[in-house]
Write a new protein. Structure first.
Lengths: 238, 407
């Protein structure tokens, strides 16, 4: 489904450049639930952005569903994002003046789906997230967990084949984090590939596969039970 | 582009910071208000001057005399130059060929009485051709005839103000009025535009000369330039001027002793002046509006900066560059159009309110015409689109990842 070959990525700096991804090779199959772990600056978010076509890459190759993603224009990237990918962000990124329902329906607006159909599908999606009773609330009227459920509903509304989540529980307490991870597991159970960037072992342990990055290189890639150390409170692979 | 969602989004962003939107709108509204008011004032000035010309035919040439200011051929200055009937005959029969002409003598503040009503009005002695030299729409009765002049008839034609002043509801035609102690029969009346015209009482020039002046003196001589263009008309003026200076011994540079005024030339001069004034007003108004548009562009740039994350997010969610561009340009157009329309209405309202209080000899009806209004609206839409375009292009260039990094 997603195949990275020798991916290189650097950020320009004054007087040179900072390599962030150094020859990443990675295959992720349809239906996998993958956690990308690493310390700050390891390149995990950059890797997610490259996978999500939010950022380009300097070298190597990237095939998404068998199509080469090298040298895409902004417009082409937007089309692939809209067709294949859904995003969940740490800070939810809900539009403040739109209700939960309107936020969820927004991607369908850009796909020129009719207003009636948008509302129907957005309501159904909120119902799946257990948020149908909060559909007409603004983000400021929702808790952190509820906001993230709305964000996940928005990511799922276009029926993507891959969900990319950047620290989806980073702004949540442990109980709410568990609830959100439960939702993501349910999403994954429906056949959607879920890729989560996290620095929390507890969260990574709830995924099937864990990839650990250090200084732009994959240093570990395996089952979560093999990669994630059990924490003091006993959390481990599910 | 113009679907409901787009308008809702624009409404949200416009109302999200009402004070800022209002202040931005104020700058545009004030710009268009100033433009409209200045246009109105320009038209008021033009209307005032046009009204001054409304009394006279545009192709008339007016000859007036005064006192000499320069010695010439042994004659001392301060000598009064007097036109006489002989001058009129010579000029019109020997010097130039003109289709119509008339002498004109005037007595300001003449005592006029009808029954028990009385007043003071200007009495003007003219010849029948005068009707073609000054615009005199007859409202009843008839104008002077050559026979009235030949017989030195005691007949008169009165203006609308005279009828309002002393006739009440009586039919003026056929009535007898007392002009400076002599009875005249009213043979017609007129109603005209212009500042003074309706206060006049016209009598045959020959009658006035015999009854009131006792001489063949003329105050003024008026000639028609007919179908002549400006160049031919000026040639007529030069010929008449040269003849009268020669006959009356007037220095060629003595402007006070003799003035031959060409209405066509004056009209052309005023036309040039007003074109200049209109251009000036458009330039000033345009710059004022430009300042407002720059204000909108500035605010839109701030809005785009503030919404960078949101724009990036929307692009990540599938928004097209065209959609983002059109929404921002539409937002700028909406702000300029609404605030400009308010400024436009305020300007028209202010002019309408002030118009009755702003009547002056050289200023009247400070109106705004449809063309100016439509051009102003067009300028507004363009200003709005331009002021939104640059920030919109910047917004379109926002990459989702760069926007989301600002979190």
């Amino acid at each position: 489904m997603l195949a990275l070959r020798r991916i290189e990525k650097s950020y320009p700096l004054a007087g040179g450049s900072l390599p962030v991804l150094k020859g990443i090779d990675l295959d992720i199959e349809q239906g996998e639930m993958v956690a990308i772990m690493g310390s700050s600056g390891s390149g995990k978010s950059t890797l997610l952005n490259v996978l999500g076509l939010l950022d380009g890459f300097d070298g190597g190759g990237y095939d998404l569903d068998g199509v080469d993603m090298a040298g895409l224009s902004e417009k082409q990237a937007a089309r692939y994002r809209s067709q294949f990918l859904g995003f969940v962000f740490q800070s939810f990124n809900l539009i403040a003046f739109k209700t939960a329902l309107e936020n969820v329906a927004l991607p369908l607006f850009y796909q020129k789906v009719s207003r009636r159909e948008r509302q129907k599908r957005a309501m159904e999606m909120l119902g799946k997230m257990g948020m149908d009773d909060r559909s007409h609330h603004l983000p400021s009227e929702l808790s952190g967990g509820q906001k993230q459920r709305v964000a996940i509903a928005r990511a799922l509304i276009t029926s993507p084949r891959v969900i990319l989540a950047d620290e989806p529980t980073g702004a949540l307490d442990s109980t709410t984090s568990s609830e959100v991870m439960e939702v993501l597991r349910e999403v994954n159970a429906s056949g959607i590939t879920v890729i989560i960037v996290t620095h929390e072992s507890d969260i990574a342990a709830k995924c099937d596969r864990v990839i650990r990055l250090r200084d732009g290189v994959i240093i570990e890639d395996g089952l979560s039970s093999e990669v994630v150390e059990p924490t003091a409170n006993g959390a481990g692979p599910v | 582009m113009l679907n409901r969602e787009t308008w809702i989004e624009i409404a949200h962003t416009v109302t999200a910071n009402p004070l800022r939107t209002a202040l931005t709108g104020l700058s545009v509204g004030l710009g268009i208000f100033i433009l409209v008011v200045m246009q109105g004032l320009g038209f008021g000035l033009q209307n005032g001057v046009q009204q001054d010309f409304a009394d006279e035919a545009k192709n008339s040439i007016w000859v007036r005399t005064g006192r000499t200011t320069l010695p010439y051929r042994g004659r001392q200055p301060n000598r009064k130059v007097q036109l006489r009937n002989g001058d009129e005959v010579r000029v019109t029969q020997e010097v130039v060929e003109v289709p119509e002409w008339s002498g004109r003598n005037m007595k300001w503040g003449s005592f006029v009485q009808y029954k028990n009503e009385q007043g003071y009005y200007p009495v003007v002695g003219v010849e029948p051709d005068f009707k073609g030299l000054e615009i005199l729409p007859m409202a009843g009765g008839r104008w002077l005839h050559v026979d009235d002049l030949a017989r030195e008839s005691k007949v008169c034609i009165v203006g609308g103000d005279v009828i309002d002043g002393i006739f009440d509801d009586d039919e003026p035609v056929g009535a007898f009025v007392n002009l400076n102690g002599i009875t005249f029969r009213v043979i017609g009346h007129f109603s005209k535009e212009g500042r003074w015209g309706n206060r006049m009482i016209y009598v045959p020039l020959s009658t006035m000369q015999r009854l009131f002046d006792g001489t063949d003196k003329l105050d003024q001589l008026i000639l028609s330039a007919g179908e002549s263009d400006l160049e031919e008309s000026q040639s007529l003026v030069e010929t008449v001027d040269a003849d009268l200076r020669l006959v009356h011994g007037i220095h060629p540079n003595d402007q006070r002793a003799l003035r031959v005024r060409d209405n066509q030339e004056e009209w052309a001069m005023f036309d040039r002046i007003f074109k200049g004034i209109r251009l000036f007003i458009w330039v000033i108004g345009g710059f004022t509006l430009l300042a407002g548009a720059i204000g909108v562009a500035n605010i839109m740039a701030i809005v785009v900066k503030e919404r960078t994350v949101e724009i990036g997010l929307r692009k990540a969610l599938g928004a097209s560059s065209g959609g983002i561009l059109s929404a921002i340009v539409l937002e700028a157009v909406l702000i300029t159009l609404i605030s400009g329309a308010i400024g436009l209405m305020a300007g028209v309202g202010a002019l309408s309110f002030a118009a009755p209080f702003a009547q002056h000899d050289y200023f009247t009806n400070p109106e705004v015409n449809l063309r100016v209004t439509l051009v102003s609206l067009l300028v507004l839409v363009l200003a709005g689109a331009l002021s939104g375009l640059i920030p919109a292009l910047r917004a379109v260039r926002v990459k989702p990842i760069e926007a989301l990094r600002e979190l």
